[in-house]
Ligand binder design. Structure first.
Ligand code: AMP
Length: 431
């Protein structure tokens, strides 16, 4: 018999308790930040119509979708991202809600990527979408939220790589290259295939002046905003739409810099992203320890219109929780928790099991994590397993003590035990 089912399907993975704890810690941090910034959580389905997901996701991502026909003959797919679902939701159910609409989602996504460190076929994102504003302060807030999230988790030395798709589209559009051709060129840039992108632009009829401009653009990168902006402006001076985009990018980044956030930006004028729906700023977050992005986002002003016919600008960010978990491990950051008590209740004989159960339920109701000895192990075996499991207190329920309304409370750290009345038990454990 084929034993391949003993391993998860390629690209999928199990989270053991300590890993699940880290993932949930990141999720909880993301959720707390959503509350602080006024984002409401929405839960959308993992399975969506293929046509919705495929509409603007870009050729590469489209090829990597898990697509199948359901038993009703519908062509459906596992979601490879949240944004399409959010755009559908806004278009169909939230159009009349006062703007801005701020939505938070967290969950698993599916892409048939080539598995390697930090790249899985099932992965997790915390996703924030700010819908209804085309103003640069909206972009600045989403960038700020991204930095805030990484800082709250204790991630050090991160950089945000930024660009504006309007710069490249502004140049290519001037040459009469249509959106489809622009998308194909941007896709190559997403893969850092600069030469192939130039060749394709030539095939689409770009003039030699345009090719020269593009080549110079691809080489512009650096950290200092004012310097980079100046070079970019000089390079695209004959392309008015590209100039507008540079000024928009400059305004957004100035807002973030002036707000006192300690974000480090890296400008890269030839940087593109695979998703086709972006219309404005695009960005990705990196840490020195990982060569792959831990989050990414940007502005998409035309996607919701595609589904609703109504122009609704939006900007968002998706943070890759699996990669953030890796970054935290590499930087030696572990989830920080408040001091915690974990209790094990052990009845020393069969006749008082129900009394021990009663005590366990009462302890949990007073907010203490409590396990009950359900294997009928002897006391010494229970105690030795309890230390291995990080139990801080053992409540020993014996017949004699129970008769007097008491139990024995053993502190597993200092190995001291004392008789405690049942009424006082939870306050004794907490203090
Ligand atoms: P994207 O939706 O492509 O902008 O991705 C946003 C973030 O999701 C990336 O920056 C990664 O952190 C994460 N991500 C994307 N694809 C994968 C994958 N195959 N495995 C793990 N994380 C991923």
């Amino acid at each position: 018999m084929n034993s391949s089912f003993r391993q998860p399907v390629r690209g999928m993975r199990d989270f053991l308790p300590n890993e699940a704890e880290k993932l949930r810690f990141i999720e909880n941090t993301a959720r707390r930040l959503a509350e602080l910034y006024g984002y409401d959580e929405v839960i959308t389905p993992i399975i969506e119509h293929y046509d919705l997901l495929a509409a603007k996701i870009g050729e590469e991502n489209r090829k990597r979708m898990y697509v199948f026909e359901d038993l009703g003959g519908r062509k459906v797919a596992l979601r490879p991202e949240f944004t399409a679902s959010i755009a559908r939701l806004v278009s169909t159910k939230l159009l009349s809600v006062p703007k801005p609409i701020k939505l938070f989602s967290v969950g698993s996504l599916y892409r048939y990527d080539e598995p390697q460190m930090g790249r899985y076929r099932e992965f997790w994102q915390a996703n924030y979408e700010l819908v209804g504003s085309n103003r640069p302060e909206a972009d600045a807030e989403v960038l700020g939220l991204t930095c805030d999230f990484l800082e709250t988790l204790g991630i050090k030395g991160y950089t945000i790589k930024v660009n504006h798709v309007g710069i490249l589209r502004g140049i290519l559009g001037c040459e009469g290259i249509l959106e489809e051709g622009q998308n194909a060129i941007m896709q190559l840039l997403d893969d850092k295939e600069w030469d192939k992108a130039l060749r394709l632009a030539r095939e689409y009829g770009a003039s030699s002046k345009c090719l020269e401009t593009l080549e110079r653009i691809f080489g512009i990168r650096g950290e200092r905003r004012e310097v980079i902006m100046k070079i970019m402006i000089e390079t695209v001076e004959d392309y008015p739409k590209a100039l507008d985009s540079i000024s928009n990018l400059d305004e957004i980044i100035s807002f973030v810099e002036d707000s006192g956030l300690d974000a480090k930006f890296y400008f890269e004028a030839g940087f593109a992203r695979g998703l086709e729906y972006y219309t404005g700023i695009i960005f990705e977050a990196y840490v020195p320890e990982l060569g792959i992005a831990i989050g990414g986002g940007g502005r998409y002003d035309k996607l919701i219109e595609l589904f609703s016919g109504v122009e609704v600008p939006a900007v968002g960010v998706a943070l890759g929780m699996d990669r953030i978990m890796l970054a935290m491990e590499k930087q030696g950051i572990s989830p920080s928790r408040a001091p915690d008590y974990k209790v094990l209740v052990v009845p020393v004989e069969e006749s008082i099991i129900s009394k021990a159960l009663k005590i366990s339920f009462a302890l949990r109701r007073s907010g203490i994590k409590t396990e009950m000895e359900v294997m009928r192990r002897g006391l010494s075996r229970s105690l030795s397993d309890a230390s291995k499991k990080g139990i801080t207190h053992v409540v020993i329920v014996g017949r004699k003590e129970i008769g007097e309304g008491k139990v024995v409370l053993r502190n597993m750290r200092d190995k001291v035990q004392e008789e405690v009345s049942i009424e006082e038990l939870s306050s004794k454990i907490k203090h």
